[in-house]
Design a binder for this molecule. Structure first.
Ligand SMILES: Nc1nc2c(ncn2[C@@H]2O[C@H](COP(=O)(O)OP(=O)(O)OP(=O)(O)O)[C@@H](O)[C@H]2O)c(=O)[nH]1
Ligand SMILES: [Zn+2]
Length: 198
């Protein structure tokens, strides 16, 4: 596998994040020197690097690493790909499911690579709309299929734990290209994932 995976944490980033998180712990009135919190800045530093590892990943490389010539031109759908991301406004998680479809045009990709592309863009500071488009663009640019459809449904903790405090709101975003601009193709995709949409 040629693309980069996070296997070791960056020492400089870890040190910088540790210092910042210690400051945050102090600023909220806690004592970073008490036993339970001693290792917390380091844990947080590593957790944050894990949650933002998408910046180290290249979606084009991922898709190209398993791009196969294949004479299949029906819709390929991978649905219910779970995702965890972080809203760029509050750095609180949003999480849900992505559904991806494409119609090959001479090339297919490894199915797991579609899920990896979701993680590549989800593990960054995001808004759901941009996440949806970035996934679509990466697949469209790399495989140049006849069309791509991406639907994401997610719940945003910044709307649940704080702020407006709505526990049941679900946000759905979608992006379509090529054949999916046609009503018939788009409807087929939406019908095939409908059972999983809430
Ligand atoms: N469009 C979009 N908005 C988002 C996303 N994640 C969070 N938000 C919203 O970003 C907005 C930021 O609004 P601001 O008024 O600047 O922030 P705020 O004062 O914390 O807003 P409240 O959440 O309403 O308390 C909020 O309405 C959030 O619900 C996202 O993925 N897409
Ligand atoms: Zn937010």
């Amino acid at each position: 596998m040629s693309y980069k995976k996070i296997e070791a944490y960056d020492e400089q980033a870890t040190e910088q994040l540790k210092g910042s998180y210690k400051g945050i712990i102090q600023a909220i009135g806690e004592d970073p020197e008490r036993e339970g919190l001693l290792k917390t800045p380091e844990r947080m530093a590593k957790a944050m690097q894990f949650l933002t590892q998408g910046y180290q990943l290249d979606a084009h490389e991922i898709l190209n690493s398993a791009k196969f010539a294949e004479d299949y031109s029906e819709m390929v759908i991978v649905k219910n790909i779970e995702l965890y991301s972080m809203c760029e406004h509050h750095l609180l998680p949003f999480f849900g499911k992505a559904h991806i479809a494409y119609i090959p045009n001479g090339y297919i990709t490894g199915l797991s690579k579609l899920a990896r592309v979701v993680d590549t863009f989800a593990r960054r500071l995001q808004v759901q709309e941009r996440l949806t488009h970035q996934i679509l663009d990466a697949i469209q640019d790399t495989l140049q299929p006849l069309g791509v459809g991406v639907v994401i449904e997610a719940q945003h903790l910044c709307m649940m734990m704080r702020g407006v405090q709505k526990q049941n709101s679900n946000t759905t975003t979608s992006a379509f290209s090529g054949q999916f601009m046609k009503n018939e193709t788009r409807s087929e995709f939406l019908r095939l994932i409908a059972a999983d949409l809430s």
